[in-house]
Write a protein that binds this ligand. Structure first.
Ligand SMILES: NC(=O)c1ccc[n+]([C@@H]2O[C@H](COP(=O)([O-])OP(=O)(O)OC[C@H]3O[C@@H](n4cnc5c(N)ncnc54)[C@H](O)[C@@H]3O)[C@@H](O)[C@H]2O)c1
Length: 372
């Protein structure tokens, strides 16, 4: 198959769908790979690195879209991109269609078969192509929080780990999933006093096993939440109720009970945020203050570290990408995890929640792909 990778054109997106390492894997499996010039510039991979991996470099995205059987990207296609997609082509990227009627219409009109990273599943019921970005965001949350806690950045001026003879900062993490676990690892690693709150007792058990007493776990009642939030220097919001907006667990009223100069990092902002006072910010202006509490609410945190993020993403996408390149639509037809990833196929919506959110009829991938 001919696999194509255009340069990302969404504002401030520096990741790339295929790293040179991934290109080499596709080529080793007998595929031809074409890459738009400078596609890897944001992660420090120049055209020569791609050539050395076996790719052919082309000068325009147009050529990539025109000549490829499968397009591998990072972000959802932008209007100038979805008009270049066509029937018979596979698109493999993040899509997030439910809140995006325009893009959905564009993809339906193109006839493309689009596999969304965020809905591909695994044996354990997880979302393996979403998890690496949660790992990045969880770890970054502590770096961002530590920086925001510095006095010059509006914080209360406390070092997460303290020093000998001075107590460390208190970190409360609400939600102990992938983001929460990785935030806790970083915070504990820096020497902070860390608590994780969650509503899942099996998850709290798992976290207790992982940290072996180094991190406190608490069942998230209103009482427990208030106690932790009011005494914290840094609060990380990391809850997720799949398919739903994040619950507003910390109200505006509760902010007045927090320490002045405390910091909130609301990682769940991409689902609306779990603090009533959160609104999405960008990397160029990541923080703002409400009632003396610094809010960091960047909606695409992994974008701050494109080198790490692009490699983590490629590690996760490579396996399914190779299945798609090796067997085309047959791979989707025969693998239920890839079927879960198919959102749009030849003008039909093939993902239930997307269809429901946007008022389309939902077609089962099994039906449109003629699988028994
Ligand atoms: N801002 C970003 O750049 C960025 C990047 C990656 C992920 N995220 C977001 O971070 C959030 C967390 O993602 P994740 O991968 O860790 O999800 P996850 O499903 O692995 O974990 C969510 C956890 O929240 C817990 N939870 C649910 N309701 C709760 C409640 N009321 N109180 C306490 N805990 C509760 C669940 O039990 C679960 O353990 C999601 O909204 C995700 O989209 C944001």
């Amino acid at each position: 198959m001919r696999v194509g990778c255009p340069k990302e054109i969404k504002n401030h997106e520096y990741r790339v769908g295929l790293t040179p390492g991934s290109v080499r894997e596709y080529v080793a499996h007998g595929h031809e790979v074409i890459v738009e010039t400078k596609a890897g510039a944001g992660i420090g991979a120049d055209d020569d690195a791609y050539r050395a991996a076996g790719a052919r470099i082309v000068s325009t995205a147009k050529e990539v879209f025109e000549k490829s059987d499968m397009i591998v990207k990072v972000k959802e296609p932008q209007p100038s991109e979805w008009t270049q997609l066509r029937e018979g082509q596979i698109l493999y990227t993040y899509l997030h269609l439910a809140p995006d009627p325009e893009q959905t219409k564009g993809l339906l009109n193109s006839g493309v078969s689009a596999v969304a990273y965020e809905t591909v599943t695994d044996e354990r019921g997880g979302l393996p192509l979403l998890a690496p970005m949660s790992e990045v965001a969880g770890r970054l949350a502590i770096q961002a929080g530590a920086t925001s806690l510095q006095k010059a950045n509006g914080g209360r001026g406390i070092l997460l780990g303290g020093v000998p003879g001075v107590l460390p900062a208190k970190v409360a993490i609400i939600g102990g999933g992938v983001v929460g676990l990785h935030a806790a690892k970083m915070a504990a690693g820096l020497g902070a006093d860390v608590s994780i709150l969650d509503r899942s007792i099996p998850r709290l058990r798992k976290l207790d096993d992982i940290f072996n007493g180094r991190v406190h776990t608490r069942y998230s009642t209103i009482d427990a939440l208030e106690e932790e939030v009011f005494s914290a220097d840094l609060v990380v919001g990391a809850v997720l109720i799949p398919g739903a907006a994040a619950p507003k667990l910390v109200t505006r009223e509760m902010l007045s009970g927090m320490k002045k100069g405390a910091v909130i990092v609301d990682v769940a902002i991409d689902q609306g945020g779990c603090f009533e006072t959160s609104h999405a910010t960008t990397h160029s202006e990541p923080t703002y203050e409400v009632d003396g509490v610094v809010h960091y609410c960047v909606a695409n945190m992994p974008g701050a570290v494109p080198v790490t993020s692009a490699h983590a993403l490629n590690n996760a996408t490579l396996y399914y990408g190779l299945q798609l390149a090796n067997r085309g639509l047959k791979a989707i037809a025969e693998d239920r995890h890839l079927r879960a990833g198919l959102n749009v196929h030849r003008g039909r919506v093939t993902n239930g929640p997307v269809a429901e959110a946007l008022g389309y009829s939902a077609y089962a991938p099994e039906a449109v792909l003629n699988v028994a």
